[in-house]
Ligand binder design. Structure first.
Ligand code: ADP
Ligand code: MG
Length: 729
């Protein structure tokens, strides 16, 4: 067994960076070259077809059949010019990854010949036997068909000689089975609601886009070491491993120089990403050893979501070229910082205004405050749903573990804006305001500086922080599909803006002047949402107590957090705006619960297997060698000398036995607990059982295995150790 670990280490030490050459020094020369974007469409489409696609993108209009045939033909010609031989609908099922089913462009004809074919019908819609994707009982077994349908707002692209067409994924009966379908609906909802509110301030606003800029954290580990750790390769995280003598205490990795092999990998995957039109811009080391981050320039939300999904895929593929594995898991190593995916979120208008960026005049600042306060109010009213949106078995390791924003939802505003809100709260009168009072208010609002970005005023412990011109949802897990949190955020803010408009209009209809009506409603929201605001240290014990006092939820585990998806409030919210039906929401809830159960189940199995077939046999072998040694000492020594010389070994023999005993006992108990959980038919009860009665064995089993790691001869330890996984370059 030791063979694997040392062989792996030898392999790692012999590695050299893979040579990467930039296609051109100017990114502009290859950016987006594998995308059927505006330029390619202009070149390949007739003017009529081009206009038809553009109006589908901009106004959501339908593309008729004749036009679809034209687009398909051009798309195929373009894809062929890029070397593509196959095409696939590319979609995002609820597993969290992307799915594709490749079809060749050619079709066999009579007489053993073939013709190249890709028409409008293949572009627009595809039937897929999708019974293997999670559907939460929506798709009956007798009707296993699902459909994928083209999303023209996200451009097609070529990767690995395949034309990929971004699509939604729905059941035969029309229910959403993916992330994109509800995401597009929430984007539409927010667009309409925000445009309506913008009309108070600027009649030129006719379209509001949600913008998303994600920051992706990840770990790199050498492929050989990864393959020598069955826990890493099967669960994405290490289930065992003693903390290294040197951890991240020195913080020398953060913003330090990036190791050469890693740099080569980054250059390579950045080139691929840029060719795919992903505007990747920054890269740096993260807090933990071998942890990194990359981030693009923000984009329209739907596109940004697709780009993040695509990037994760590209990273994994390119990493192999460099003999690396990318760990996107939220917590690959215990005791070492985990990985998140910050979702920077804002709204921008067709007039080029970022609605969460303060302006230069009282009027634009009032508009800014309107969107800002409505967002805070929406998060306040739907805090549990926000928590549900980031819940996963992986992310449970981070939330509340004093390294990532806690499971308690709160909003950080920064001192300046907190003061502005406090001032509005005290100065806005609920009765009629005098002209002087109104002027004073407007002057006050006008004083908000247009640059709020102040790096000293950053709170990295808040799950949802305002960072000058956007909100940053920091609690999202590194492997998550951004669409999950975006669906929730767009929906709750969209719904809130509609409420706001109704509230303001109600006052206006009672002859309150518009600005005063806006001020009064904003003041009401400030008061109502006060308890969600928190400027202090979100990692501290103090906050846990304070939050409890305020009545904020602190839901630590996924099976419980997910309940917010099927609360009456959420059901009504999603139904009201036709985002998801009750049936779809129940299905999703079930899928998430099942995913949770499966993850813990797999971890538990891998843990038991490793403990029984790797760890205990190694311990027994080493113990036998100690026993031999003791026997030998006894043979050659008199009793008095032996008493002195053999004590340590005897103690170790006993200690090893104790650890083996505990491990074996706990593994047996865990297997029994699993058996009991497996027969539970209710998805929620089963997930809770896995969480409370199976997962609870992980720590104790790990504790004893990690003790053995310290006791046993390094030569015979089978699994690469933390110091090797984390510090080999
Ligand atoms: P950091 O948080 O590392 O200090 P920045 O604040 O500059 O860096 O940006 C972080 C992320 O926020 C980037 O991915 C960027 O694209 C994104 N971002 C910046 N402005 C917006 C915006 N208006 N809407 C959405 N995302 C944005
Ligand atoms: Mg950030």
């Amino acid at each position: 067994m030791a063979f694997h670990r040392f062989k792996a280490l030898e392999t790692v030490l012999s590695r050299t960076p893979v040579e990467v050459t930039l296609p051109s020094n100017k990114v502009s020369e290859f950016f987006g070259e594998n995308v059927f974007g505006i330029d390619a469409m202009r070149e390949y489409l007739s003017e009529e077809a081009f206009n038809s696609v553009m109006s589908a993108i901009e106004q959501g209009s339908r593309i008729d059949r004749k036009m679809a045939d034209q687009v398909a033909a051009s798309m195929k010609a373009w894809a062929n010019s890029k070397g593509a031989t196959h095409y696939t609908h590319w979609f995002q099922p609820l597993t969290g990854t992307t799915a594709e089913k490749h079809d060749a462009f050619f079709e066999p004809t009579e007489g053993g010949r073939a013709i190249e074919r890709f028409g409008g019908s293949q572009l627009v819609q595809q039937e897929s036997d999708a019974s293997s994707f999670p559907n939460g009982g929506i798709r009956n077994t007798f009707e296993a068909r699902g459909y994928t349908a083209w999303d023209p707002t996200s451009p097609a692209f070529v990767i690995s000689k395949t034309l990929c067409i971004p699509t939604i994924f729905v059941s035969y009966t029309g229910e959403a089975l993916d992330f994109k379908t509800p995401l597009l609906k929430t984007l539409h909802l927010l667009d309409k609601a925000a445009v309506d509110v913008c009309q108070y301030f600027d009649k030129n606003v006719t379209k509001v886009n949600v913008t998303l800029g994600w920051e992706q954290e990840y770990f790199l580990v050498d492929e050989a070491l990864y393959n020598a750790r069955p826990d890493l390769s099967m669960t994405g995280r290490t289930l065992f491993g003693h903390a290294p003598a040197k951890g991240q205490q020195l913080e020398d990795h953060y913003f330090g120089s990036i190791p050469e092999r890693a740099t080569a990998f980054m250059r390579d995957f950045e080139i691929e990403s840029l060719k795919l039109g992903i505007p990747i811009k920054t890269r740096h080391n993260e807090v933990a050893p071998n942890q990194f981050e990359c981030a693009p320039v923000f984009e329209e939300c739907n596109l940004a979501v697709d780009h993040n999904q695509l990037l994760m895929d590209v990273m994994e593929k390119i990493a192999r070229r460099h003999n690396f594995c990318v760990l996107l898991h939220e917590k690959p190593y215990a005791g070492v910082n985990g990985s998140g995916k910050h979702n920077n979120w804002s709204m921008s208008t067709n007039t080029g205004k970022n609605l969460l960026s303060p302006g230069k005049t009282p009027k634009t600042n009032l508009q800014f405050l309107t969107f800002f306060i409505n967002t805070v109010k929406a998060v306040h009213d739907n805090a549990d749903l926000m928590r549900a949106a980031i819940a996963s078995a992986n992310n449970d390791h981070r939330l509340g573990a004093n390294e990532a924003p806690p499971a308690i939802m709160s909003v950080f505003l920064g001192t300046q804006l907190s003061n502005v809100l406090d001032e509005l709260e005290t100065k806005v009168k609920s009765g009629k305001m005098s002209p002087d009072e109104k002027t004073a208010l407007k002057l006050g609002v006008g004083k908000i500086p247009d640059i709020l970005l102040d790096n000293t005023d950053r709170n990295r412990t808040s799950p949802f922080a305002f960072t000058g011109n956007k909100f940053e949802f920091r609690a999202v897990g590194s492997s998550a599909n951004c669409a999950g949190p975006m669906i929730v955020l767009n929906a709750i803010v969209g719904d809130q803006l509609i409420q706001f408009k109704n509230d303001v209009d109600a006052l206006i209809s009672k002859n309150v002047d518009k600005d005063e009506a806006i001020f009064q409603i904003l003041r009401k929201y400030i008061v109502e949402s006060k308890k969600i605001r928190f400027e202090g240290n979100g990692y501290g014990e103090e906050w846990v107590k304070e939050a409890a006092k305020r009545g904020l939820s602190n839901i630590k585990t996924t099976p419980l957090a997910l309940s917010a998806f099927v609360s009456k409030q959420t059901m009504e919210l999603f139904e009201r705006h036709s985002i998801l039906t009750e049936r779809e929401q129940h299905a999703r809830h079930d899928i998430y619960l099942e995913t949770y159960t499966k993850k813990i189940q797999i971890e538990s199995r891998v843990m038991a297997d490793l403990a029984m077939s790797h760890i205990i046999p190694t311990a027994i072998k080493y113990q036998s060698s100690l026993i031999e040694n003791v026997k030998g000492l006894k043979d050659i020594m008199n009793e008095a000398d032996f008493k002195k010389a053999g004590q340590i070994q005897l103690g170790m023999i006993l200690e090893i036995s104790e650890h083996i005993n505990t491990i074996k006992t706990k593994v047996d108990q865990m297997i029994e607990a699993r058996k009991a959980a497996n027969v539970i038919t209710d998805a929620k009860k089963q997930a809770i059982d896995y969480c409370e009665k199976v997962k609870c064995f992980f720590d104790v089993i790990r504790y004893h295995v990690d003790k053995l790691e310290l006791l046993i001869d390094d030569e015979s330890w089978p699994l690469p150790k933390y110091r090797e996984l984390l510090f080999t370059k």
